[in-house]
Design a protein around this ligand. Sequence first.
Ligand SMILES: [Fe+2]
Ligand SMILES: [Fe+2]
Length: 184
Amino acid sequence: MLTEAPRAPAGQGRKTATRVLVEHHEVLRALIRHLRETPRSQPGRRRALTGELFDELWMHERIEEGIFYPALRDVTPALAAAWSEHRQLSDQLAALVRADPRTGRFDRELDVLHDVLESHAHLDEERQMFPEIERFADEELLAELGDRLQARLGRLRSSRRVRAVLRLQRALLRRTARPGRPAA
Ligand SMILES: [Fe+2]
Ligand SMILES: [Fe+2]
């Protein structure tokens, strides 16, 4: 396990937990945007971006469920629904991975994923849960959680074992996919 960097006091260039998560939401949004801009005629590029989105969303859920949600369980009641919304997101992500990137079905699954992500990340987290947490949680706690979220995300991203497991998960999902017909 890597050693975490020494911590400056809260407010001295450190990111709060909510800032770290909002920035990671932006990473997810950018990937969806790139996917939407990539035409069906580039299935390889679509597949690569879908893989990146799969990994980043998986990591996002891990750091929220492993660090953020448990630490703030008593601060906001909005957390209760968040877990089931993550399951919904994972299911929709699986549907996207299974879809043939040359088909209209892929576009439809991507649209649904976009809507499910915005409903959770924007409406439930950024508009409701995060402001509530920022109002009631201690500033030092939020900075400390921000450090931990960034450190965990960095470790997950650089872990060859995690990358291998995620690659395997994607391959298994694709294997259970029904063959799609390329759109005209
Ligand atoms: Fe979440
Ligand atoms: Fe989130």
